[in-house]
Design a protein around this ligand. Structure first.
Ligand code: HEM
Length: 138
């Protein structure tokens, strides 16, 4: 059994693993974020949230953040998730549509499922800081 299972991060109760190779290194993460942001921009369920967003800054910060949480040699220096999403009224439904767009992007880039699931778990752990509103679906 992998010894990583015995290592826990204090804030989210899950083992620390390193999946950066499965994402194709930092350049693979950058390519994934390009694909992902393209899907979000084309997603009528959520794209209006991003109407006034600086997409270049968003892509940079997302690349650093995703690279870091999957174990890559990157440091996220952007705003906290609470600060970044304050006042945006992000709903659970919007969060789930965004997660689907990430799955679509990871499938498109042939990221193996264990690595996909690891990133999705990391993103799910951020949901309480991001979702601040109720929509028709809760
Ligand atoms: C776990 C999921 C998410 C992560 C990791 C994430 C990550 C981030 C990051 C790092 C930024 C900062 C970008 C910057 O300041 O340059 C940001 C901003 C933003 N996020 Fe998210 N986000 C998530 C979910 C969502 C969802 C579900 C929505 C809405 C559907 C959303 C809408 C936005 C918008 C509109 C901004 C830009 C705010 C601004 O222009 O100041 N995010 N997000």
């Amino acid at each position: 059994a992998p010894s990583a299972a015995s290592v826990q991060r204090a804030d989210i109760k899950m083992p620390i693993q390193n999946h950066i190779d499965a994402f194709g290194g930092k350049s693979g993460v950058k390519a994934l974020i390009n694909t992902f942001v393209g899907y979000v921009a084309a997603d009528p369920h959520i794209n209006y949230y991003f109407a006034h967003t600086n997409i270049k800054a968003l892509k940079y910060n997302l690349t650093q953040q995703v690279c870091e949480v999957v174990g890559g040699p990157c440091t996220y220096t952007g705003p906290t998730m609470t600060a970044a999403h304050k006042g945006l009224h992000v709903t659970t439904a919007a969060f789930n549509y965004l997660a689907q767009d990430m799955i679509k992007a990871m499938d498109q880039r042939d990221i193996v499922k264990p690595a996909q699931n690891y990133l999705l778990a990391q993103l799910a752990a951020m949901e309480p800081q991001i979702v601040t509103a109720n929509g028709p679906l809760g």
